[in-house]
Design a protein. Structure first.
Length: 315
């Protein structure tokens, strides 16, 4: 993607740091004092590497809180997770000769006090679905992600699961294996034991469609949802805290291990940007100030340049 028209510090980091401060006000009474301090302090200092024309900048060093609700840290993690998923998808398709299906499973919206139980119900229903004979014989692995959205008008919550399924290449042309959308819907209704459900979203992942990787990798909750009010934040916090959000199984689990072991590095793209400057920023008075600009020294240059691209652009 062409990054030349955006100023990554002003357009990306500044609004996310502003939201991080909204978060810190809401989370203060829910976390330890040291965690609170890490969150308030998150990304108050950052070093960027830049090319000669200041067109491409990438984060070199910063102080990060790593809290899953932090708008800065969640964004950075989503970028890394999205790249990982897209590389695993490439590996499964081109090196294991598989096809992928993207699916979304949801249940009717619930009020705040029912959200925890509903997430448990959703997870159990998904497990039941995966154990159905027809599904077990067809799906060779999955990556799935829990996501919760908030509807402000109705003041209710919708937990749902995005999943990528691995199937044989011939799946779509094999009448014995192929499961049309109506069959998925029928099974989902039976596994949730909820007759009110009228929809299941299922589609084939087209060649090199990274938007599906993004859908599974992105945040489990949008900050514009959970930062609406302290009350809403508390609901999200209790529902998502400590839960495993992305889960890999079968061939996706194997691919994840290969990715972590560096065995899929050959599928990553090589960075071609020549970074020459080091820019230092400090946060204060609601914005980032550039406090130093100098040439990278030889050691830094070697560390920053070359190598593989390790993340993907996400919103
Ligand atoms: Zn953070």
């Amino acid at each position: 993607m062409d990054k030349s028209n955006i100023n990554v510090v002003e357009d990306k980091y500044t609004p996310k740091k502003q939201k991080n401060l909204v978060l810190s006000g809401m989370i203060e009474n829910l976390v330890s004092e040291s965690m609170y301090e890490l969150i308030v302090d998150c990304n108050t200092f950052m070093m960027m590497a830049s090319d000669k024309n200041m067109e491409h900048k990438k984060l070199y060093k910063n102080n990060a809180c790593k809290n899953r609700f932090c708008p800065i840290c969640a964004w950075r993690k989503a970028g890394k997770d999205a790249l990982k998923l897209s590389i695993m998808m490439k590996h499964l398709k081109s090196e294991q000769d598989k096809q992928l299906i993207f699916a979304t499973f949801t249940t009717p919206n619930v009020k705040a006090d029912e959200l925890n139980d509903e997430i448990r119900h959703l997870n159990q229903s998904f497990q039941r679905l995966m154990q159905r004979k027809q599904v077990r014989e067809t799906i060779q692995g999955y990556a799935r992600k829990i996501e919760v959205t908030y509807n402000q008008e109705r003041d209710d919550y919708n937990p749902h699961i995005h999943a990528l399924f691995v199937v044989d290449k011939g799946y779509f042309n094999n009448p014995k294996k192929y499961m049309p959308r109506d069959r998925w819907l029928e099974l989902w209704k039976s596994c949730t034991k909820d007759e009110r459900i009228t929809q299941v979203h299922v589609q084939k992942v087209r060649e090199d469609n990274n938007s599906r990787a993004y859908e599974v990798a992105k945040y489990s909750a949008k900050d514009e949802d959970y930062l609406i009010s302290e009350e809403v934040f508390k609901v999200f916090y209790k529902a998502l805290k400590g839960k495993r959000l992305i889960v890999f199984s079968g061939l996706f689990k194997e691919a994840s291990q290969k990715y972590e072991d560096g065995e899929l590095d050959h599928l990553k793209e090589e960075s071609t940007i020549d970074y020459v400057y080091l820019l230092m920023y400090q946060w204060g008075n609601g914005k980032y100030a550039e406090i130093e600009k100098r040439l990278l020294d030889d050691e830094e240059k070697e560390e920053v340049n070359g190598g593989k691209i390790e993340d993907m652009e996400v919103e």
